[in-house]
Design a protein around this ligand. Structure first.
Ligand code: PLP
Length: 391
């Protein structure tokens, strides 16, 4: 099956690379053994499991024993916080106001269990208030979790600076690097993180697999029980095919890091240049001097982002409203609320996220379509697709 979609929603998920797909196929079709089995196929699978973990470990600069395979970013985030919190009952946990819901919802559960949750505010660019964080650290703080790159506006936090402050206090530091890994350099030692979450489908790997980096200095508690796998910490037959696809995708993206970065940065410039030629009233969100290349959050005045995304979808142009997780809801995203975007603009936000497979031709034609539709919407002051469609 082929399609003619213009896919500009790479922060929601990415197309799998051919190399990742081929690697995965091998382990679905030929080397399908259970790593716990004693026969040859089982032993092959056991060796592959360790080799692929080693590939990932080399890329992010850690030991193989520090990589735990999970079902993705959500599980890694849940495991990281729940594990550290369970070892320190009634402790303080510090997060930022723009974390992914996997962190926010985990914290709601931990709060009910008696932990104190402190939420660090961000400025209008989405940069966390480091002084606020520092002033709330104390002896009772078990863990601080601040995401690397934000999934809605792309703002990148200064992780190595934050981790130094957190460690000075003797607390642990976790980062959700789901949006950044495979797209910008990641070195867990240089960043000074104790735990880090990653998800394969955000870097051209398969869905349903990710990993949690956890330093050997940190004691993880079991998350899924019922088997000896992954040292009894996360039981269940290992997903070797998924891991093969994830490791291959990460390796390839790492090798192509510079050229992919140049490519998406160039396409972003083309898009912004075309947009700036229009007479539209809009704002670009996030920290423009340090954000994830290719992730563009645009807020158009006095229109509805959901209606724009729907109208673009009718033209086979795939974008998100704010973030994929919030695209079905009418509630203003917590990230846009946190950066204090004026409501006139905030509700008119779409997220365009460019990936390695996009072309200049696609970008130019997509942004011209956006401009045409927004002009019609603003002229007719369409607030909802169901009321009045310009087409
Ligand atoms: N963290 C961030 C920053 C994300 O953007 C996402 C997915 O959108 C997740 C966590 C959840 O990852 P997964 O889809 O692998 O569960």
């Amino acid at each position: 099956m082929t399609n003619n979609y213009c896919y500009l929603d790479n922060a929601a998920t990415t197309k799998m690379s051919q190399a990742a797909l081929d690697e995965m196929t091998l382990y679905c079709r030929d080397f399908y053994g259970n790593p716990s089995s004693v026969h040859k196929l089982g032993k092959q699978a056991r060796i592959a499991f360790n080799d692929y973990k080693k590939m990932i470990a080399n890329i992010i600069n850690c030991e193989t024993s520090e990589i735990y395979i999970t079902s993705g970013g959500t599980e890694s985030d849940n495991w990281a916080l729940q594990s550290i919190a369970s070892a320190r009952p009634y402790s303080k946990i510090i997060i930022s106001s723009i974390e992914h819901s996997a962190i926010l919802e985990t914290c709601k559960i931990l709060e009910k269990q008696g932990h104190e949750i402190v939420v660090v505010p961000v400025d209008h660019q989405g940069i966390i208030d480091i002084d606020y964080l520092e002033s709330h650290l104390d002896d009772n703080t078990s863990i601080v979790s601040i995401m690397h790159a934000n999934n809605e506006i792309g703002t990148i936090q200064d992780i190595s600076k934050i981790s130094k402050i957190v460690h000075k206090n003797g607390s642990l530091f976790h980062t959700d690097a789901v949006q950044s890994i495979g797209h910008i350099p990641i070195n867990v030692k240089a960043m000074g993180v104790d735990l880090m979450s990653a998800s394969a489908h955000k870097f051209n790997g398969p869905k349903g697999i990710g990993f949690l980096y956890c330093s050997n200095e940190v004691c993880l508690t079991p998350f899924i029980v019922g088997g000896h796998q992954q040292m009894g910490l996360r039981a269940g037959t290992e997903n070797i095919a998924g891991l093969a696809g994830m490791a291959k995708a990460l390796e390839e993206n790492q090798q192509l890091l510079r050229s992919n970065l140049d490519h998406v940065t160039y396409l972003e410039k083309v898009l912004l240049c075309e947009l700036s030629k229009s007479t539209l009233d809009y704002k670009i969100n996030g920290n423009l001097s340090d954000k994830l290349p290719g992730l563009i959050s645009i807020s158009f005045k006095k229109i509805r982002g959901e209606a724009l995304a729907d109208l673009l979808a009718m033209k086979d142009i795939c974008v998100s409203t704010g973030s994929a997780c919030n695209s079905q809801s009418d509630v203003l995203s917590h990230v846009l609320a946190s950066i204090n975007l004026e409501p006139d603009y905030a509700y008119g936000t779409i997220r365009i996220s460019i990936g390695r497979y996009n072309t200049e031709e696609e970008i130019v034609s997509a942004i011209h379509e956006v401009i045409t539709i927004v002009k019609k919407m603003q002229n007719k002051n369409i607030s909802n697709m169901s009321n009045d469609s310009p087409f």
